[in-house]
Design a protein around this ligand. Sequence first.
Ligand SMILES: [Zn+2]
Length: 193
Amino acid sequence: MIHNLAADVQAFTSNTFLVTGQQCTLVDTGSNFDVVGRVHDHGSALDRVVITHSHPDHIGNLGAVRDAFDVDVVGFDGSDLELDRGLADEQTLQIGDHEYTAYHTPGHARDHLCLHSPATGVCFVGDLVFANGGFGRTDLEGADRDTLVDSLKRISAVTDGSLQEFHAGHGPASDRAASKDIERAIRMAQQDN
Ligand SMILES: [Zn+2]
């Protein structure tokens, strides 16, 4: 099960996904809300945290989560974050009950990862793409529009035909239109470049 613990939070935070199962995992910690309390509300013991990228709205609660749970913190190998395990491009890890492949997808942030489960067609896309076909900002330090377009094309290619839903760092998830949303983001990102 995938629960967005930040769904109703009115604060500067990203979405924060609790994925229950054999490897109970938090995808991004969010910021400025009591994520630890919300994990407890689900009765979950946390095994790991996966960070999609090191922007403050995605990692602000990381210290609190480390203090509260004996977790392995996982992110892109090459991130400035203090990690227990760094993932290289195309390395796999278990999230919940399924195996995910990590894709290094820079453009919005240098250390950006997307995590895709070929078995279920679920992809955590961070701030690469959003449910309406929007895409992550490329005017920030470490960002680059052409690189973002390349990353969008790569995620489109590796999820092609199997994508059931994606969960983005902000806004709602995308299900039936998920592949189309990525295609749209590619067009839009190229257009107003
Ligand atoms: Zn971001």
